[in-house]
Ligand binder design. Sequence first.
Ligand code: GLU
Length: 286
Amino acid sequence: MITTRFAPSPTGYLHLGHAHAALVAWGRARQAGGRFLLRLEDIDPARCTPHFADAILEDLAWLGLDWDGPVRLQSEHLPEYRAALDGLAGRGLLYPCFCSRADIAREIAASVAAPHGPDGALYPGTCRHRSPDERAARIAAGEPHALRLDIAAATDLAGPLTYIEEAEGELRCDPAQFGDVVLARKDAPASYHLCVTHDDALQGVTLVTRGVDLKPATHLHRLLQALLGWPTPRYAHHALRLGPDGRRLAKRDRAATLRDLRAAGVPPAGVRGLAGFQDTAGSASF
Ligand code: GLU
């Protein structure tokens, strides 16, 4: 049975881009008689609020979407992410990083050719070389630190990897392009990459539909699946909805929020249409 999900972060009101993503996931599940799950990725305490979480549920219900089972709130599952991190740390794949953003920027500016990945300049590896004694002493002294994946060790261990992108077939993964990514932040107990991969596996998601902006991250998610023994869903990345200026919609685009469209008198079917979803007699399609 097909299981899809929509996994927004409650950092603002949903806009037409989110509506599109939600409708794609919901439509794929409903067309196939499968399950559609809703998950709130609220791991970042500085940016996520209960107000926006409530607003997401209300807006999706207003839009006409229903979901199966309870909504999963990532913030209620921190011990599960901790256990996954411990599993990686136990195999020597993580190291503590004490660098500030400024430290990293300085280091990158000073290097002759800083390699870049999908998320910008790669971490220069400063803390990868610290001795076990220094790490232990700094942690014991309470120094804030992130946990980074030693990408060279991880990719060596996992070997060659592929995943299925629905429209393209089997694609070869290159997770090393991200460098030593952060899997637990100084200010948040786990990163998006770890939590999303963990939850897709735990919740039995078989088809991940999401915006193409997250396609590169799939390389990393596939690596985490291999390291942690989790199953690999199929992926279908879709184009992003663009605003009138041709740029991708963002939370700052007030006019495109479902709230504002609703307040302006646009009915749910009208918003579904604006989000690229055509309601036809008894069924719906893009
Ligand atoms: N929480 C992510 C976001 O709001 C989406 C995660 C995903 O679909 O993989 O951008």
